[in-house]
Write a protein that binds this ligand. Structure first.
Ligand SMILES: Nc1nc2c(ncn2[C@@H]2O[C@H](COP(=O)(O)OP(=O)(O)O)[C@@H](O)[C@H]2O)c(=O)[nH]1
Ligand SMILES: [Mg+2]
Length: 444
């Protein structure tokens, strides 16, 4: 996600933060490199020009040139401007209260990810306590209705469908069905085409007129860069959109669509699709994405991800164990598996400030974690509960079972003992907490 543009920004910033004073020439050079980065990212030319002029103007002001840390000041200016390009504030869906039906219509080209995003949003709304209904109004692509039905079943959300070719009729009937059956959010999935054409626009205009939606959302493929922005512009001129969902953000190394959309169309990006799975769907936070693009990491998203993964009750139980010195190898195994559950190390690392942009895929060694997991998995229940019984012959057996050597097993047990000791001390001394966390981090 955004690797290419992030790498370039990291390079520019590394050069400029090393300096204790910055000249006007330094600023011009840095902005020139940023300009190239933005153009390579397929950002709209006019947007780039405006960005460059305003950044130079602001960066040449007193605040940067006389600052104690001019490099940081410069980065702050660039960050705020990138954030503004992305839309500044996070925008929520404009839905009515839970007792009234809200209607969302999805539009977009074929293959953009409408149907997938319809299911993703429905799943999300359901989780938030709303009662969503999906309506299958793509009657052009063969099997489109079936695709939505399958997704609906998977997420436990009902799909309204009819055996007809009249999408407007289905949309209208879906609204009545939703009202009658106390659904409060209707998501209408419409038919795209390979290119914008009249029959598609007409059909959507009629659906819009018939259902009067609260949200008319364009679903666009972020990988198509400027053409996604052009598509958005055309749709907006003809149909007046309320917002955009950018899909396939996971495969978009450049970010050109995200960086141009708001400036060109004035319409906010509401969500991003970050993979093919239902849960690969996030609200779009301009500030977080700006930080990610600038290689400053995305700590908030990382923390949220961790929170989702680590169950509160589990965390409390772990804390109690730590305090009572009951921490076992089994607990360590669960910790390892939890970290694994958070997702690929690479994508997590990209969210950590200072690391983003500095590491390529090959630099991250997750094999250590896998090995530790394998070693503990080769232990018996008894051994996991009490590491003191693991003598030389048991160590040999464990090494063999896990495909490692005795030295690896020794190392793991030593590390475990160190961690345990830290925890014991920590339960007496709050100041030890940080040290413990470092030790814990060192485990992985
Ligand atoms: N990697 C990735 N693939 C996606 C994403 N959203 C959709 N896709 C894939 O894009 C293809 C087209 O999606 P679909 O929802 O059928 O598009 P539609 O024609 O607009 O309804 C499917 O293979 C999806 O799995 C995403 O956010 N990331
Ligand atoms: Mg579809």
């Amino acid at each position: 996600m955004l690797e290419k543009i992030t790498n370039t920004f990291s390079d520019v910033f590394r050069k400029i933060t090393g300096k204790s004073t910055i000249t006007e020439k330094n600023i011009e050079e840095a902005v020139e490199q940023i300009k190239i980065a933005l153009l390579e990212a397929d950002v709209n030319l006019r947007v780039v020009r405006r960005f460059v002029n305003s950044t130079i103007e602001e960066a040449k002001g007193e605040k940067v040139l006389r600052a104690v840390d001019p490099g940081q000041q410069f980065i702050k200016i660039v960050h705020d401007k990138i954030c503004a390009l992305l839309g500044d504030e996070k925008k929520d869906l404009q839905l009515k209260g839970p007792d009234t039906l809200s209607i969302i219509v999805y539009v977009g080209l074929q293959g953009a990810g409408k149907t997938t995003a319809a299911a993703k949003l429905a799943a999300r709304l359901k989780k938030e306590g709303r009662k969503p209904l999906l309506a299958a109004c793509d009657l052009v692509r063969p099997a489109a209705v079936e695709q939505l039905s399958v997704l609906g079943e998977k997420i436990g959300v009902e799909v309204y469908k009819e055996d007809t070719k009249d999408a407007v009729k289905v949309a209208k009937n879906a609204v009545n069905f939703a009202k009658k059956n106390a659904f409060n959010t209707l998501i209408i999935d419409t038919a795209g085409r390979l290119q914008i054409d009249e029959s598609m626009m007409d059909e959507i205009a009629q659906i819009k007129k018939a259902v009067n939606p609260d949200e008319l959302i364009l679903v666009a493929d972020s990988m198509t860069g400027q053409s996604a922005v052009d598509v958005a512009k055309t749709f907006d001129e003809k149909l007046s959109l309320t917002g955009v969902i950018l899909t396939k953000f996971d495969s978009d190394a450049r970010g050109g669509a995200a960086l141009s959309l708001k400036s060109v169309t004035g319409k906010p990006i509401l969500f991003i699709g970050t993979g093919e799975k239902i849960e690969d769907f996030e609200p779009f936070h301009p500030d977080r994405i700006a930080s990610r693009i600038l290689g400053m990491g995305d700590v908030v998203s990382l923390v949220e991800k961790a929170q989702e993964t680590i169950d509160l009750e589990e965390a409390e139980a772990l804390q109690k164990k730590m305090a009572s010195n009951d921490f076992t190898l089994q607990d360590m195994l669960e910790q390892l598996q939890r970290v694994k559950k958070m997702g690929p190390m690479e994508s997590l690392m990209q969210m950590i400030p200072g690391l983003a942009g500095q590491i390529g895929d090959q630099d991250i060694d997750t094999s250590g974690m896998k090995m530790q997991e394998a070693i503990i998995l080769s232990m018996t229940k008894k051994e996991r509960a009490n590491h003191l019984i693991i003598g030389p012959s048991r160590r040999k057996r464990i090494a063999k079972g896990s495909g490692t050597c005795v030295a690896d097993v020794n190392k793991l047990i030593k590390q475990f003992e160190k961690t345990r000791l830290m925890m014991k001390k920590m339960s007496k001394n709050k100041g030890m907490q940080q040290k413990m966390m470092q030790q814990f981090g060192g485990m992985f």
